[in-house]
Design a protein around this ligand. Structure first.
Ligand code: AMP
Ligand code: MG
Length: 186
């Protein structure tokens, strides 16, 4: 259960991927956990971090590098998924706080990978899907991608899109602006 509501942890995952179906000898695994803390009252963002994770059953394809900029050499220096979970627990206290992501992909991938590796799910059960929240709050016809969402909210897309820490940073700005507008009665 998420206790403290003063700060929300925004998480964005990157994973091994391919142009088309997953090759039979591989599986999509997390290669980056991007994190950013959002102060709910002030909208201030802090503790932006990229945790690079070394995949065990897949390699970073050329397509994946084109998408994320991450290479196989980059992820070779990464920590284990278990260690990444430990950082989330110890440094970011993820069990005690609400967390947010853009869409439900990150939550589902986390659950799947914890199951596969026999690791205890480190995150709180209290999750905000910012993509869905944005579409519902603003009466959009359907959910939109992050680039479009930032444009709708008149926010700059900072850093490299499809890098976990930069995506988390931008998602936090989006959530902050939604909260601010709600408070101001718009
Ligand atoms: P994102 O947070 O949008 O950067 O995406 C998270 C992960 O979803 C990526 O690291 C990829 O594994 C996968 N993904 C996102 N977009 C694509 C795409 N166009 N094709 C294949 N996989 C993708
Ligand atoms: Mg991303």
């Amino acid at each position: 259960m998420a206790g403290k509501l003063d700060r929300i942890i925004v998480i964005d995952l990157e994973a091994t991927c391919w142009d088309g179906p997953t090759p039979p000898d591989q599986e999509s695994e997390i290669i980056e956990v991007g994190v950013c803390m959002l102060d709910v009252k002030t909208g201030e963002r802090s503790q932006k971090q990229s945790i690079i994770v070394k995949p065990e059953r897949s390699r970073v394809s050329e397509f994946c590098t084109e998408l994320t900029t991450l290479t196989q050499a980059d992820v070779e220096h990464g920590v284990s998924f278990e260690h990444a979970c430990q950082i989330l627990r110890r440094k970011f206290r993820v069990r005690d706080r609400t967390w947010a992501s853009y869409g439900d992909y990150d939550r589902r991938q986390f659950i799947k990978q914890c199951d596969q590796k026999g690791i205890k799910y480190p995150l709180s059960a209290t999750h905000i899907n910012v993509k869905n929240m944005m579409a519902v709050l603003y009466g959009l016809h359907s959910e939109v991608g992050l680039v479009q969402a930032m444009a709708i909210m008149d926010l700059p897309l900072e850093g490299i899109h499809h890098r976990g820490h930069d995506d988390a940073w931008n998602i936090a700005a989006l959530l902050a602006k939604m909260l601010q507008q709600w408070r101001n009665g718009h």
